[in-house]
Design a protein. Structure first.
Length: 396
């Protein structure tokens, strides 16, 4: 029976190796969307576009994480010393801190003598021999606060004209777009890893797990039917022990494969429901995640999943759809899911989420969402197709 245990371990190891190889290849393809590369490249572009001696970029704390955020200068081009490297800039302090507070470009002709900014960072600025400085916010469009700050600087006094401001702002806009792509690629990468592990877990459970269960059952049957032979019973007992050990090893491997971070649990489960719907109906169904979604409590997660299941069920029962799109994203301080199909629903059983004719499943969703301060809507498009939406506010 030791060979059975080895076979189980080897299959798990082979599957893990294949997964790691595929993920390494995927990471290589997505490396051009890396946030670090995007911002490091922005520092070089800023220096050239603004005609500056130095360009650098500071990464800002996550928007919404605090009213008193800070930035850290991480990426520099044209610097002569390490005086500014990893310099922490709180909101309101210096040129970059003023940009974070105001949300607009700030420029000074001579940093160390300017009356419009604070001067906590005069020493590192002097060490780098910088005078004129321009800072521009990098805003990703999903909130008022910058996600980074772009700087251009001259060695010695001088000025940055409107053309330089416009040039740096264009680079800031391109950097913001690159950041969004990088973050979505990262979210998709982690979601894909967890989903692949979930599929692998199911495959191993159904194949190796079923085999071990069958062997164990046959051994137990033999022990009850064989003649009174102590030697044979001893051997069967050892065989049963080996099967139990192999089953335990498999369960541990499956547990390791199933681990995923809480913030990925919701998109993974929604993606699995889309795959199940597609396999069951033959209709294309895909999940579109509109940015990161903060971790939610069990009640909200369960209710959002229920809404998607109801939307997919309605599309399956009532629509002759060619495609279904499930979307997930944060909006207005909460989380929204939507299930949109391009089919035509017959009858009035789904018209209006609060109408008397609404389906029981929809009415239950409306009631549960209302208890959490949320809302549900069901809209039929004039040209065909139906969209079910659920919005739940975040935990206060």
């Amino acid at each position: 029976m030791a060979s059975t245990e080895r076979a189980a371990r080897e299959q798990v190891s082979d599957q893990e190796h294949l997964l790691n190889t595929l993920l390494a290849e995927r990471d290589g393809l997505l490396s051009v969307l890396d946030r670090v590369l995007a911002l490091h490249g922005a520092a070089r572009l800023i220096r050239d576009a603004a005609g500056a001696d130095a360009g650098f970029v500071a990464d800002v704390d996550r928007p919404g994480s605090s009213d008193d955020g800070q930035a850290v200068i991480r990426w520099l081009a044209g610097n002569r010393t390490d005086a500014l490297q990893d310099l922490v800039v709180p909101t309101g302090q210096g040129v970059g801190g003023r940009v974070m507070a105001l949300g607009r470009p700030v420029r000074v002709s001579d940093y160390v003598s300017s009356p419009s900014i604070t001067h906590q960072f005069d020493l590192p600025v002097r060490r780098e021999a910088l005078g004129a400085m321009l800072a521009v916010p990098i805003i990703d469009g999903e909130g008022p606060r910058p996600v980074a700050v772009a700087y251009a600087a001259l060695r010695g006094p001088g000025s940055f004209g409107d053309a330089a401001v416009d040039a740096v702002q264009r680079i800031a806009a391109e950097a913001a777009q690159a950041i969004r792509l990088a973050e979505r690629a990262e979210a998709g990468r982690y979601t894909a890893v967890a989903a692949e592990r979930q599929r692998m877990q199911a495959s191993l459970h159904d194949s190796v797990g079923a085999m071990l269960f069958s062997i164990g059952a046959q051994v137990r049957d033999l022990r009850t039917t064989v003649p009174d032979n102590p030697l044979l019973r001893t051997r069967l007992g050892r065989l049963e022990t080996d099967v139990s050990a192999a089953s335990l090893a498999l369960r541990e491997a499956l547990l390791a494969l199933s681990e995923s971070s809480p913030e990925r649990a919701l998109p993974i489960e929604l993606a699995e429901h889309c795959r199940s719907f597609e396999a069951r109906t033959g209709t294309t169904a895909r999940l579109v995640q509109l940015g990161d979604v903060r971790p939610l409590d069990v009640e909200r997660t369960t209710l959002l999943v229920s809404a998607v299941r109801e939307g997919l069920l309605n599309a399956e029962k009532h629509a002759d759809a060619c495609a279904v799109v499930v979307s997930l994203g944060e909006i207005d301080g909460g989380v929204q899911v939507a299930v949109a199909d391009d089919g035509r629903h017959a009858g009035d059983d789904l018209v209006g989420s609060t109408s008397d004719g609404a389906g029981l499943g929809i009415r239950l969703l409306v009631e549960k969402a209302a208890r959490l301060g949320g809302r549900v809507s069901l809209v039929h498009d004039d040209d065909g197709g139906t969209t079910l939406r659920m919005f739940l506010p975040g935990v206060r």
